[in-house]
Design a protein. Structure first.
Length: 215
């Protein structure tokens, strides 16, 4: 309720700055687009006049404003929401029209899709019957450790955390090649942190309390 009152106040202030067109049934059409379940603004909503290449897009706060004509049919569309239609009335006297357009969430249910490895059951049956499975562990290991496949995996596989760490360390050593790398022994900030941790007792050994034996 508070959000709706706030939007009404914003529209009232925004309407005061609208331009009074007042000719050829033109009106300054302004408003805000909000979600029906939360009254949160819906940014980047497409607001177009039906059968005309004229309209606008709401900003990040859901506000919009453009010049339209009386009796124009305005369509509101946004991803994830149902389309809404508003007809600008022809009884406007001050050539200004303000609107709070509420869009309802649109849930699309797709039918179930089943993916089979073979187009038909007959082809799958034939491939399964003709499949040659190795009888011993050595044949399976040789197939899994094929050199060409291992080389391809080694060339295309991304580095893990340890490999990235070693790569970064090697690059840092190359960066300081020919000179003394920086050391924290002369870093006053590091010494200040060490003294503070020492005073806080962070270097003390935590003695584990042994549970009392049940009597």
């Amino acid at each position: 309720m508070k959000k709706l009152v706030f939007l009404l106040l914003v529209l009232a202030g925004f309407e005061a700055f609208s331009q009074n067109v007042g000719s050829d049934n033109l009106v300054q059409f302004s408003g805000v687009v909000v979600a029906g379940d939360s009254l949160e603004p819906i940014p980047f909503t497409s607001i177009m006049i039906r059968n005309k290449f004229h309209g606008t897009v709401s900003d990040i706060y859901g506000f919009f404003s453009f010049v339209a004509r009386m009796k124009d049919t305005v369509e509101f569309s946004a991803i994830g929401f149902r389309r809404a239609i508003f007809v600008i009335p022809d009884t406007i006297t001050d050539y200004r029209c303000s609107l709070i357009q509420i869009l309802r969430t649109d849930t699309i249910r797709l039918p179930e899709v089943v993916v089979f490895p073979w187009p038909t059951k007959e082809q799958f049956k034939e491939a399964f019957i003709n499949l040659r499975v190795p009888n011993d562990d050595l044949a399976r290991a040789e197939r899994n450790l094929n050199k060409s496949e291992m080389n391809y995996l080694a060339a295309t596989m991304a580095m893990d955390g340890s490999m990235n760490f070693r790569q970064a360390m090697s690059e840092s050593r190359l960066y300081y090649a020919g000179q003394v790398p920086p050391s924290n022994w002369l870093n006053p900030v590091a010494w200040a942190r060490f003294v503070q941790a020492w005073q806080n007792g962070e270097f003390k050994n935590n003695k584990l309390e042994k549970p009392e034996r049940e009597k």
